[in-house]
Design a protein around this ligand. Structure first.
Ligand SMILES: *Cc1c(COP(=O)(O)O)cnc(C)c1O
Length: 542
């Protein structure tokens, strides 16, 4: 093995690290060019290298001691190219259709560099200046997208020091926690000699209001981040109640109403109901208008988790899918999903600009009362200027551009669903409502057998199919040509039996119809050589 060379830790070399590379011919400028071209090479490479097993990769990351001596930047850059970049996942490749991360518009790369270079901290205006009004404007635009208030409303509230139309955060998880935090604090507000839950805590709040507990109701397809929210907010995961869904994976609102009544009889107050607009597993949208009615009846907070599907509102042709969205008290939208912004761009919006006062906090040296500091209404503290990238995408792509991208994704998903349905050896499990669908490979003969065989044989086949689907998904990923993800559903059409399925998200604008055809062809091929199939399912074909 080559012996590693070390630089010398000196004040002089440290100063060099912190200064701008002076000449275009400088070492740092050269490294920067190399990194850029390597990245471009990586991004243009559609076919991944054969996957290196994780335990092999781990060998490069063994040392627990912080290096005693400095490494030259050029050596380090070389090292990460080999050890890190080469084994990264091609999330931007058009044949990688398994996740919610997609190709990024290229202009966000240089802009990200600007963002990192300026290193503004959005927690307070002293460290962000123009970034704060920019972020407030982006929140205003997103608020307008959802709630469509008039110009006077935005004139009044967008830059108001005392309020916030929403909050930027790292992602949908923190956005959901923030929304339910506000719901909790508004419900358990100060009253008489009780100073409110934020001051006196959950136990005093329960005693004061005479509740035995709090509950949050959501569809069984709700995202796991909501369970985390119930945990950190002291509501308890047990009181985060999953309500059954219908055959289209939409929550059964009548069942939700019954559950609320049942809880009320036990002295448990429903603090909020959550509608999912674009479930993570199947992309379906809950009946938002019916849920808004229910929230009104129950006099509780109505939150919509549109982390993934919220971007659909940008298309005037598809917006109707989220009918009733404007009746939500709060809504989560991840710009880093279907808005093509790099990760770390979560957004929560509040219908009522005064809602966030329920979590307002101040500190003397920072976040002074009356300042326009965004940090006085956010869960997170120090935050980067990600809003700048959302702002850039909204301007460069524009509402009309997003509309084209979103409509195209929906069309592509329907095309893929049609391909699956046209092939007798595939089975579409969930129809795409947005650009997400699930399916599996089941040879026609086995599909027929599933309908006619006795109970024992059926269960035997069903269990084998689940193992086979998982095996196929893993083998396809490892072959490196394409990637679909997998999840486990309980489809109504299969008596709610746990069913392992392929899951695809068709948001990448570069994914073509040809690629979709070849992904199915590849799966048919993989099925012929699958060891699980041979062992447990082949006998049903012979
Ligand atoms: C992705 C997602 C989340 C979580 O968002 P993160 O950005 O991963 O924290 C929450 N809800 C839904 C519906 C999602 O799709």
């Amino acid at each position: 093995m080559e012996t590693k060379r070390y630089a010398v830790a000196s004040e002089e070399s440290l100063m060099r690290i912190f200064t701008v590379p002076e000449a275009p011919g400088s070492t740092l400028a050269r490294i920067e060019r190399e990194i850029s071209s390597n990245l471009a090479g990586f991004l243009n490479e559609n076919i991944a290298a054969i996957e290196k097993p994780l335990h092999e990769i781990e060998k490069d990351f063994q040392l627990a001691q912080i290096p005693e001596e400095p490494t030259f930047v050029s050596d380090h850059a070389q090292q990460i190219m080999e050890q890190l970049v080469a084994h990264s996942v091609h999330t931007a490749a058009p044949s990688f259709i398994g996740h919610m991360t997609s190709a990024l518009p290229h202009f966000v790369l240089p802009l990200s560099k600007l963002m990192v270079g300026l290193n503004q901290n959005l927690v307070k205006i002293e460290t962000s200046k123009a970034f704060t009004p920019l972020e407030r404007q982006v929140l205003g635009m997103m608020h307008h997208l959802v709630y469509g208030q008039n110009e006077g409303f935005y004139q009044k509230w967008m830059h108001s020091a005392k309020n916030a139309l929403g909050a930027f955060c790292s992602g949908g998880t923190v956005a959901n926690i923030s929304a339910l935090w506000i719901a909790r604090n508004r419900l358990l507000k100060a009253d008489g000699d009780f100073n409110g839950i934020a001051s006196d805590g959950l136990i005093a709040a329960m005693l004061h209001y005479g509740y035995k507990g709090l509950a949050v109701l959501v569809s069984e397809r709700g995202h796991y981040s909501l369970g985390k929210a119930a945990d950190v907010l002291g509501i308890g995961r047990k009181n985060f109640v999953a309500i059954e869904t219908d055959e289209n994976n939409k929550v059964n609102v009548a069942a939700m109403r019954l559950k609320a009544q049942e809880l009320a009889a036990k002295g448990i107050k429903v603090m909020a109901i959550v509608g999912v607009a674009g479930t993570t597993e199947t992309g379906n949208i809950d009946p938002l208008n019916d849920m808004a009615d229910l929230a009104q009846e129950l006099n509780c907070h109505f939150h919509i988790d549109a982390a993934w599907g919220g971007a659909t509102l940008l298309s005037n042709n598809s917006r109707y899918l989220l009918a009733g969205v404007e009746r939500a008290d709060s809504i989560t939208i991840d710009a880093h999903k279907q808005m093509y912004v790099p990760m770390g761009a979560g957004i929560v919006l509040f219908k009522d600009p005064e809602a966030s006062n329920a979590i307002e906090h101040h500190a003397e040296y920072i976040l002074r009362k009356g300042s326009k500091d965004l940090g006085s209404h956010t869960l997170e503290g120090s935050r980067p200027g990600m809003a700048m990238l959302v702002h850039a995408c909204l301007n460069v792509i524009s509402r009309k551009g997003y509309e084209m991208l979103i409509d195209k994704s929906l069309k592509k998903a329907r095309y893929f669903a049609d391909l699956i349905k046209a092939d007798p050896d595939f089975e579409l499990i969930s129809e795409p409502e947005l650009c997400l669908l699930t399916y599996r490979y089941v040879p026609a003969k086995i599909q027929a057998l599933l309908k006619t065989a006795d109970e024992e044989t059926r269960m035997d086949i069903y269990i084998a199919l689940n193992r086979f689907t998982a095996s196929m998904q893993k083998r396809q990923r490892e072959s490196g040509r394409s990637f679909v993800s997998r999840t486990r559903l309980t489809p109504v059409q299969y008596q709610k039996l746990p069913t392992v399925v392929f899951r695809v998200v068709l948001a990448n604008p570069l994914t073509s119809e040809d690629i979709l055809q070849s992904i199915l062809a590849e799966q048919k091929e993989l099925a012929q050589t699958d060891p699980i199939f041979k062992k447990y399912l082949q006998k049903y074909l012979d």
